[in-house]
Design a protein around this ligand. Structure first.
Ligand code: HEC
Ligand code: HEC
Length: 363
């Protein structure tokens, strides 16, 4: 119990929700036109589709309640190669459930034309509580994000209009969209909403660490010591709350001359240079390689990297910083600390989520 409190206290759920409400309120005042209204489908919104025990309160868009038919449709779309230009690639090609929906140990992903991107495919779980999406936060919402990979020339390289023609010509999809949204013609907004529903339904909260926090299992001595190692090193400052991320972006000083501008590329603000979204530490032991460009193949390399840096400062500042300023004492992490840290990180692997048939290939 003590551990859960320590982790959660870095950012309380209530401040988090208050922040979200404020964002919702402010964005409600903007000049944007109201979203296209879709007639409600046969089934009512059903949040029991999601089973969450310890995570923050559910946040479901009012205009897109999760329905059994909608989530099922989104799951089919996620696994369907029909969504790519030459119909050879599905979302799931790069997002493999067994690896927390990351791309089969590839540092960067290959699109249908063989072109490679420069970013590492991200994990997919608990996105309902993510305020920033993509490594550089450029997607405003899951709904907006959902069709971006379809149109991305180095990913699925298709035109959404062409995909809509295919879907409208498919008897199976005509039926599924009608069940989900009560419609006869499929528009982009329906496609986005169906994918959004599936993405929202993917949660992860049954790791050994969650079971420990619920008082169901004990952690070993080594796992408990590992928790302390990460705490002392300051890891939970950013990989915080029950989500094990802080819904923010930071510069972890990976490079002297960063190639990827990160958040700055989106905001055009120099202060955001080389900042990237903090990834969750949940399921981190199955999601190698690591960082926005997949540069580290093993968790050992990531932990060793952190021995030397103060995230948030640029490379030069880091090199010149005094030891007392660093996130962790300069002294090398011992073999035993490394073993313990990894033992703790293993407790964050959630096999229920990794093997949940609700998230698997329906075809
Ligand atoms: C060619 C490989 C590839 C395909 C296909 C692909 N993705 Fe991704 N996905 C990525 C990469 C790489 C990133 C990180 C991109 C970035 O930050 O610029 C990503 C990021 C994401 C994220 C962001 C998660 C977060 O925490 O911010 C979501 C959600 C996502 N993809 C969903 C999808 C969906 C839905 C589809 C299908 C419509 C899809 N992806 C198709 C490679 C792929
Ligand atoms: C100042 C905030 C901050 C602190 C402190 C911090 N991290 Fe991170 N962490 C990040 C950010 C931001 C990234 C993504 C960086 C990137 O991709 O360029 C990241 C990435 C990672 C990754 C890669 C995850 C993935 O999916 O690619 C791991 C593992 C990790 N951190 C573990 C740790 C550990 C262990 C510590 C403590 C020694 C720690 N972090 C301290 C912000 C932080």
């Amino acid at each position: 119990m003590k551990i859960a409190q320590l982790v959660v206290s870095t950012r309380t759920v209530s401040t988090y929700l208050l922040g979200l409400l404020l964002v919702a309120y402010l964005s409600g005042c903007g000049p944007e036109p109201p979203p296209e209204v879709i007639p409600p489908g046969g089934s009512q919104g059903d949040t029991t589709i999601i089973d969450v025990t310890e995570l923050p309160t559910l946040i479901i868009p009012e205009d897109n309640p999760l329905t059994v038919a909608g989530v099922d449709l989104g799951r089919h779309l996620f696994y369907d190669k029909m969504l790519s230009g030459d119909q050879t690639q599905a979302c799931a090609t790069c997002h493999n459930q067994k690896l927390a929906f990351t791309d089969n140990n590839n540092a960067v992903s290959e699109g249908i034309t063989g072109a490679k991107g420069d970013r590492n495919a991200m994990t997919i779980f608990n996105l309902m509580w993510s305020e920033n999406l993509f490594w550089d936060s450029r997607a405003g919402s899951l709904r907006e994000l959902a069709t971006m990979p379809i149109e991305n020339p180095i990913e699925m390289n298709a035109k959404v209009e062409d995909v809509l023609v295919r879907l409208n010509n498919s008897v199976m999809y005509q039926d599924k969209f009608k069940k989900a949204f009560g419609i006869d013609t499929i528009h982009k907004d329906h496609l986005s909403k169906a994918l959004e529903q599936f993405l929202l339904s993917i949660t992860s909260d049954n790791s050994k660490f969650d079971q420990f926090n619920r008082g169901e299992v004990q952690l070993t001595e080594s796992e408990l010591r590992g928790f302390d190692v990460l705490k002392i090193k300051g890891c939970f400052n950013c990989h915080s709350s029950s989500l094990l991320h802080d819904n923010a972006s930071h510069n972890t000083a990976l490079d002297k001359t960063p190639k990827d501008k990160g958040l700055q590329g989106f905001t055009d603000n120099y202060a955001d240079r080389h900042k990237f979204k903090t990834p969750s530490l949940r399921n981190v032991m199955v999601s190698a390689p690591y960082m926005h460009d997949g540069r580290f193949e093993t968790i050992d390399e990531v932990i060793r990297f952190y021995e030397d840096v103060i995230p948030n400062l640029n490379y030069e500042a880091n090199k010149n910083a005094s030891d007392s300023m660093r996130i962790a004492p300069r002294n090398q992490i011992t073999e035993r600390e490394m073993t313990d840290a990894k033992a703790f990180l293993h407790t964050l692997t959630d096999n229920t989520y990794l093997t949940n048939p609700k998230f698997s290939d329906p075809f």
